[in-house]
Design a protein around this ligand. Structure first.
Ligand code: DQQ
Length: 460
């Protein structure tokens, strides 16, 4: 099989070939970041889904291992779909995922590492008591999937969510367990909305600013029931809407006693909420990184060219650059920013300062090789208090077929896929345009060539 390298990425996460989709079970264990992801080992279109597995010490250089979870039993014979990792208080990581059984029913399974002293967590054991959660009679068995990371309540019960729907209503179905083995459905879902199927729910706490300096730090889902901490946190519920292929989140409060989640006032007047990203970003999942006390968000960006193009290229799909995620000081939205490790890839630097771009004019930023033309196909708004900030800031990561932008310090994010045919290598140029009606002054522009990390070279 041939792989067309033309628009493959330089530093965004990609395997050497074939189809990828959702990030699965991200976690940090014994000094390594683990990323699993939906993968077709046989081709560049969706199908034959396994959990491919890669590890990294810095979220930048990645080593590919053999798939961690793949169809092997009745309860997952037709596919191993999305799921999450939970690191138990004992330090043992557990994976929960959706298996497709012989009747095409979606069931939830658990898997444990075979050897806890292996930091690579190469082999996973699926207990015979799987599935741990099967769709009951009231549930549509083909709309019941993507278990979240579990959290522990003050009543000493574990909880997790499964994405589902009833009629046109999306559901985050809540299950409880004392022993992580026997799970009982709660009488009401944690939350629901008139949006169609909820895929890939994610539910986690975020620190509230409260005047403190530490509001950017992440909070572990396992700390959810800690009283003292609970008073300084809000909760985020994110869902992926399979009808529109967009993701929405709300910020709100979570009552541990009643297991109710209530979005804050600003999020209550519609069934949607805010978007993580106004471009191509789906089936995302966050995890708590204890090494840097931050919450990190992974999201999948599909190709936006055609399926025949994907087959011809021999690959499809990338993961966005992992983003650190925190609550804005006023608590009205989340802020996302590429993890700081990305800066280590910066090479040759070019800068421009105090340059006026008249209305309708442009200038070229010279001194690079191998950058590409930026053709935006998505747009959104960003709230900026220009009287206070004086400037509008934009950070953009350009990487062959990916343009990932963070407006006003990470308040509005847009990931776009682009497939230039001519603007390749030395034919690629970087321009600053002013399509507005008034002149704009570029007070500061910094640009770097980016080095290519080790991207999924197989383990030795
Ligand atoms: N992708 C998985 C499902 C999930 C969907 C299957 C979201 O588990 O609902 O590959 O992209």
């Amino acid at each position: 099989e041939k792989v067309d390298e033309t628009s493959r990425t330089g530093y965004h996460f990609q395997p050497p070939k074939h189809w990828i989709n959702d990030p699965n079970g991200p976690m940090y264990y014994k000094g390594l970041y683990h990323l699993f992801y939906q993968y077709n080992p046989k081709g560049a279109v969706w199908g034959n889904i396994v959990w491919a597995h890669s590890v990294s010490t810095d979220l930048i250089d990645w080593t590919a291992l053999a798939p961690g979870i793949y169809p092997s039993r009745q309860f997952d014979v037709k596919g191993c779909w999305s799921g999450s990792a939970t690191v138990l208080p004992s330090g043992v990581p557990v994976v929960m995922y959706t298996g497709i059984d012989p009747d095409e029913h979606q069931v939830q399974n658990v898997a444990y590492p075979k050897n806890l002293s292996d930091p690579f967590l190469r082999e996973w054991v699926k207990p015979d008591y799987n599935p741990i959660i099967a769709p009951d009679s009231g549930v549509n068995a083909s709309a019941f999937r993507d278990p979240t990371t579990a959290w522990y309540g003050p009543d000493r019960h574990w909880r997790l969510l499964v994405g589902s729907k009833v009629g046109g209503k999306g559901l985050a179905v809540l299950y409880r367990s004392r022993d992580f083995r026997r799970w009982v459905k709660a009488h009401h879902p944690l939350h629901s909305g008139l949006t169609g199927m909820w895929e890939c729910p994610d539910f986690f706490p975020v620190a509230v600013h409260g005047g403190g300096r530490h509001y950017r730090r992440g909070v572990d889902t396992a700390e959810l029931h800690d009283r003292a901490l609970a008073e300084e946190v809000k909760y985020v519920l994110k869902v992926s809407l399979d009808l529109t292929r967009y993701e929405y989140y709300t910020v709100g409060t979570y009552d541990h006693a009643t297991d109710r989640y209530t979005p804050d006032a600003g999020f209550r007047d519609n069934d949607y909420g805010l978007r993580y990203d106004y471009g191509d970003f789906y089936a995302s999942k966050s995890f708590y990184d204890p090494a840097k006390r931050r919450r990190v968000l992974w999201g999948w960006a599909n190709e936006s060219d055609t399926v025949p193009d994907d087959r011809r290229k021999g690959w499809a799909g990338i993961q966005a650059i992992p983003r650190k995620l925190w609550l804005s000081p006023r608590g009205k939205q989340l802020i996302q920013w590429p993890v700081e490790e990305v800066k280590a890839l910066r090479a040759k630097h070019v800068n421009v300062s105090d340059k006026v771009v008249k209305s309708g004019q442009y200038f070229e930023v010279t001194g690079f090789k191998s950058v590409q033309v930026y053709r935006p196909t998505f747009a959104s708004f960003v709230n900026v208090d220009i009287a206070r900030t004086k400037t509008i800031a934009l950070r953009t990561l350009i990487d062959h077929s990916v343009v990932e932008s963070f407006g006003a310090g990470g308040r509005t994010c847009i990931l776009t896929r682009v497939y230039p045919k001519k603007a390749l290598g030395d034919n690629a140029h970087l321009f600053v345009f002013n399509h507005g009606e008034v002149d704009v002054k570029v007070t500061r522009l910094d640009a770097w060539e980016m080095r290519t990390p080790k991207m999924n070279a197989p383990a030795q």
